[in-house]
Design a protein around this ligand. Structure first.
Ligand SMILES: *Cc1c(COP(=O)(O)O)cnc(C)c1O
Length: 399
């Protein structure tokens, strides 16, 4: 048996079978390349699902991990830690918001946002408001509350009963949203571009209208930037493309470039709803991860990665559109912003995805038909051209 099969067989005996894994065991990763146990090299167009935006084992990140690990890793949130302040200052500096809460994942950041919205309405506004409205096709996490908020039924099967106080309305439909609001609605939560849902952008007019509706009805506007944040779409935050001013922004994925961290950002007024002891986490925002995340934000700003990502994304949309014109029967749509890109096929995409993997391109297939690209933001354009050529070759065989 080769190494891959040994690992695969062993895992079957050790793990809960929660994952449908790709037929690849990664031995090491550097920059935008992955390597398997046979020494085969892959171009990484996924970045650990938009996590390693700076590329794998970025030398400055490795250096910070080494230095901070020698100094202080974890003491718990019972203590003041300077490292948390460095990250909070840097991260808040990218937004219109001025208070931060650190946790460990995207689901936890969204769970915190839901709790904060409810508590703000109940404790500060003295209103019986608790309901969170989200959109069909959304993805907000796997905890019971965030799963209930998620607009994809297939992920929810067998986990009932679900927590109450959530309502899902159709995507990009302002009338449906208005009709969904009740006297108990506390907040509207959405992704500017749905990621797991298939790289589906919301219309700019829709987003502006949602913000207005929140203001008119005293609802909190929560934007889940777990996937779209940290320069992924060509701005530091995706909501900045439309000058939106959400009340709460959640972040995770790329914030630690591979180490786990989540963040909730909000205003001072709303943050007051969380008094001491009302919410917390053991690991959240420990010294090591905060020092790493601070460096991540610093590098994104210093190297102007948002601007570069915008240009690379436009370049990709252009070359993918040419492929679409060449294969109109196979490609339905090319969409996205920055390096969050989707190529929607007209047919189930598993075979095409598998051929791309065999040619050394790692990417994701979501919603069965959407080839999803989330490459490290540092990827050179020539590698994206290489991918486009490989895709063209495969499509030509498929016709
Ligand atoms: C990945 C993701 C989450 C969940 O993050 P985890 O770290 O897996 O809990 C939530 N929202 C969006 C938009 C995501 O892409």
């Amino acid at each position: 048996m080769n190494k891959f099969n040994i690992i695969k067989t062993k895992e079957k005996k050790l793990h809960c079978p929660t994952y449908g894994r790709y037929p690849l065991a990664v031995k090491k990763a550097k920059g935008y390349k992955l390597y398997d146990f046979d020494g085969q090299e892959y171009i990484d167009l996924l970045a650990g699902i938009s996590v390693c935006n700076l590329g794998h084992s970025h030398p400055e990140i490795v250096q910070v991990i080494k230095e901070q690990a020698e100094k202080l890793i974890h003491v718990s949130n019972l203590f003041y830690q300077e490292e948390q302040l460095g990250l909070a200052e840097r991260l808040l500096g990218t937004t219109h918001l001025n208070r931060a809460f650190f946790c460990n994942s995207g689901a936890e950041a969204n769970e915190g946002a839901i709790k904060l919205a409810r508590r703000y309405m109940q404790k500060i506004k003295n209103k019986d408001k608790f309901e969170i409205i989200t959109l069909a096709g959304s993805f907000h996490g796997r905890t019971l509350a965030t799963l209930t908020a998620t607009g994809q039924d297939k992920l929810k099967e067998g986990f009932s009963p679900y927590p109450t106080g959530f309502k899902i309305v159709p995507f990009n439909d302002i009338t449906a949203l208005k009709n969904g609001i009740s006297e108990h609605t506390a907040a509207i939560m959405l992704e500017v571009i749905q990621g797991e849902g298939g790289v589906r952008p919301l219309h700019s007019e829709y987003l502006v209208q949602v913000q207005n509706i929140c203001r008119e009805n005293d609802l909190l506007f929560i934007i889940d930037e777990v996937q779209t944040g940290l320069a992924r779409t060509g701005k530091f935050w995706a909501h900045q493309h439309y000058n939106l001013k959400p009340d709460i922004v959640t972040s995770a994925k790329a914030l630690g470039n591979g180490l786990p961290i989540g963040a909730l950002l909000t205003t001072q007024e709303i943050s007051e709803a969380f008094g001491p002891g009302s919410h917390g986490t053991t690991f959240g925002g420990n010294a090591l991860i905060c020092k790493v995340a601070e460096k991540v934000v610093e590098i994104i700003l210093r190297d102007n990665l948002a601007e570069q990502t915008k240009d690379k994304g436009q370049f990709c949309l252009n070359i993918f559109s040419e492929i679409k014109d060449e294969f109109p029967d196979l490609i339905a749509e090319v969409r996205g912003a920055g390096l969050m890109l989707g190529i929607e096929l007209t047919i189930p995409g598993h075979e095409i995805w598998n051929k791309l993997l065999k040619k050394g391109f790692v990417l994701n297939l979501t919603q069965e038909k959407v080839l999803r690209l989330l490459p490290p933001l540092i990827i050179p354009e020539e590698e994206l051209v290489g991918f486009a050529q490989a895709l063209k070759g495969i499509l030509a065989e498929t016709v």
